[in-house]
Write a protein of this length. Structure first.
Length: 699
């Protein structure tokens, strides 16, 4: 009795009890659908029967076309000696298989599709491709048809793998062969190539290839190892998707060269770079750049270090060909490096423009309007934003500028320059200092010889005295000198070469006169016979003491040396004015003091007198300044001040007030000249009715 069911298989064997053998008969019946259990996809019912004598059967063939990748849904109903039988894979030792064979004989090769084994596995059981732990009566299983290359394929249901030996009188293999109308299939083999090699995918006749992923390697060869899939369609219309790999034998360590350099950058290939190329299975063989050999291990040529930069090798594209051995394959890989063209800033370090008559400044010489593809940004020191763009720039003020030129690749060149007023192009005469105590002042102020030569020029001179009074001076004598008018500032406005420049020459008389100074204080000592002596209170070396005695009628009285000073005769009732002038040539200093004598009494004279063109104030109030000369701070001390309030002004040689203050403390007053330029300054002090003037030298 036979039944129509999906794929079934059962193992039968002769049952031997003593010498009695029992005949076992297995009836097969399979119903098969393709992809889904629908009438349209029904492939048919396939029956067969085996016994001890006939253990192999071949059923009627499947007539419909079956494609690799199709799913076959199989139902089975099996009878053992007329009784319903389930193939229960949970029974120890039970095992069945479904495969595709190349012929309906034992020993032919098969492609395993599924094992029907105990759920926990068993001896000889495979879990791949599909493991079915049991196949019950009337149930269905689904298998996928693999691509095979058999000319006459069979769907095989067996109790073991085809090819095991058959024992006719013991447990043996029961196998059902169902002829399968399976469309042919093919596949693409894996390949290994060198970088840059073309790929050739061999194709089989009768098949078409489509839907490459990621792309057809015949067209776009891979640069790294890549996994591909492709749909392969047979002329029957059957399509399978095949997966394959193209392995690119790149070196384990890549060549350590940049892919681009700016013209002012450099790189080099060294012994360390060569040693680093050894990695895993890679052996470096040779490296050339534009045909020049950097190293050739076989020829024992090593040109290390090898330098590449714009100034040495020039701009352009450099091709590196690196040959190496890896896993028995010798390959050459190509690298490219570009050295970008030089960015040229052919400029001066300084540009001179007279009288703010600014002209365009070009980033390149000869008025060339820039390089193609170069961007220019101009900035000025101290200005927080750019002051211009483009290949040329016109400044608006003097100062320090920078132009930044760069291209789209990030290459950059900078140039800093100065824009200045060159003046008239002559040397500034030195300032003049002298000591009128020992020297004469200059006859003329200016240039001792013509500073211009044939160039047309003009001068406009002015003189500013120590009191700040400015007057014009007409040229007398040579046109580049003016007569000396005394200490102060001589200013020449010069026009030449299209430029105007103001040049100042300071003339300083280093003589310092200290009126009412303690160094010139003296005392009176009456002598016999209406005579009196005058003796200095302070002993000083290196000074010249000059004594002057004048009576109240203006008559100069004769004196005679006496001790450290002088003596003179006086008349009772007549007032005498005595002046001591102590000159120190080595220090260019004069200390002056003056007192009056009347009938054995010293009196202080309170009036203005003139002495050697120096205004002498013989008020009892006196002033001392120290240190003088100074580098910054000056201490001012007032003695015998009339009031507690003192007004102080410090004037420069142009008569300009640089410091002015009112103070209450007259003991010590501090003047700070640290922020002023070096030169002479006039200290003017007013205390009550007293006015004092001192010179201060700032070094």
């Amino acid at each position: 009795m036979k039944f129509n069911f999906l794929i079934a298989f059962f193992s039968a064997c002769f049952l031997t009890i003593g010498s009695v053998s029992a005949q076992v008969e297995i009836d097969f019946s399979f119903k098969i659908w393709r992809n889904s259990v629908t009438p349209a996809n029904y492939l048919g019912t396939f029956n067969g029967s085996t016994d001890n004598a006939t253990q192999i059967i071949t059923t009627s063939p499947i007539t419909q076309q079956v494609c690799p990748g199709d799913q076959l849904i199989i139902q089975q109903f099996c009878y053992k000696n007329g009784s319903q039988h389930n193939f229960d894979g949970s029974v120890p030792g039970s095992k069945g298989q479904i495969s595709i064979g190349g012929s309906n004989t034992f020993g032919a090769s098969v492609t395993l599709i599924a094992d029907i084994c105990p759920s926990g596995g068993g001896s000889g059981c495979s879990t791949s491709p599909v493991h079915f732990p049991t196949w019950s009566w009337g149930s269905s299983i689904t298998i996928t048809v693999p691509p095979v290359n058999y000319t006459t394929p069979y769907l095989v249901f067996s109790s073991s793998i085809i090819g095991n030996s058959v024992h006719p009188y013991n447990c043996g293999i029961r196998t059902a062969f169902v002829p399968l109308n399976l469309a042919p299939s093919t596949s693409v083999a894996d390949q290994t190539i060198c970088p840059g090699d073309a790929v050739t995918i061999p194709t089989a006749s009768g098949f078409t290839y489509s839907n490459w992923s990621p792309s057809n390697p015949n067209i776009t060869a891979p640069t790294v190892t890549t996994n591909y899939t492709v749909d392969i369609t047979h002329t029957t219309g059957c399509t399978t998707t095949d997966a394959f790999t193209i392995r690119v034998s790149n070196p384990d360590v890549e060549l350590s060269m940049p892919n681009q350099l700016c013209y002012n950058q450099s790189t080099q290939f060294t012994q360390n770079d060569y040693d680093a190329l050894y990695g895993n299975s890679t052996t470096p063989l040779s490296l050339t750049v534009n045909g020049a050999v950097i190293f050739d291990a076989n020829a024992n040529v090593f040109n290390f270090p090898y330098l590449l930069d714009g100034p040495t090798t020039g701009a352009g594209t450099y091709t590196f060909e690196y040959t190496y051995s890896k896993n028995g394959l010798t390959c050459t890989k190509t690298y490219e490096m570009i050295i970008h063209p030089e960015i040229v800033l052919n400029m001066q370090s300084a540009y001179a423009f007279c009288n703010s008559n600014f002209q365009p400044i070009f980033a390149t010489s000869g008025g060339i309007v820039g390089q193609p593809g170069i961007t220019y940004i101009w900035t000025q020191f101290g200005v927080p934003f750019s002051v211009g763009t483009g290949p040329y720039f016109t400044p608006s003020s003097y100062g320090t500028y920078t132009v930044r030129a760069y291209d789209e690749f990030g290459c950059e060149v900078r140039h800093t320059f100065t824009v200045y007023d060159p003046g008239v192009g002559i040397k500034h005469p030195a300032n003049i200092t002298y000591c009128s105590l020992t020297e004469r002042g200059p006859s003329y102020v200016g240039w001792h010889s013509d500073p211009f030569g044939p160039i047309r020029y003009s001068f406009d001179w002015t003189y500013t005295d120590e009191n700040g009074t400015t007057v014009s001076i007409a040229n007398s004598g040579p046109g580049y000198q003016v007569p000396y008018l005394g200490p102060g500032t001589y200013t020449a406005v010069v026009n030449a070469n299209g430029c105007t420049e103001t040049i100042s020459i300071t003339v300083t008389d280093l003589l310092q006169v200290y009126n009412n100074h303690g160094n010139a204080a003296f005392s009176f000592t009456p002598l016999f016979g209406n005579q009196v002596s005058c003796q200095p209170n302070v002993s000083m070396s290196g000074v010249n003491d000059i004594w002057t005695v004048v009576d109240e009628f203006g008559t100069t009285i004769s004196t005679a040396p006496y001790g450290s000073g002088i003596r003179f005769s006086y008349t009772t009732g007549v007032e005498y004015t005595v002046t001591l002038r102590r000159e120190s040539p080595s220090h260019c200093q004069v200390f002056v003091n003056q007192f009056t004598w009347l009938d054995n009494f010293r009196k202080v004279r309170r009036e203005q007198v003139s002495n050697d063109n120096n205004s002498l104030n013989f008020e009892p109030t006196s002033v001392e300044t120290f240190p003088n000369p100074t580098t910054g701070l000056v201490n001012v001390q007032l003695k015998n001040a009339e009031t507690s309030e003192t007004s102080i002004q410090v004037l420069n040689t142009l008569g300009q007030i640089v410091i002015e203050k009112q103070v209450q403390d007259t003991n010590t007053i501090e003047i700070d000249l640290s922020k002023e330029i070096s030169g002479m300054y006039i200290l003017h002090i007013v205390n009550g009715s007293t006015q004092l003037t001192e010179k201060i030298i700032k070094e």
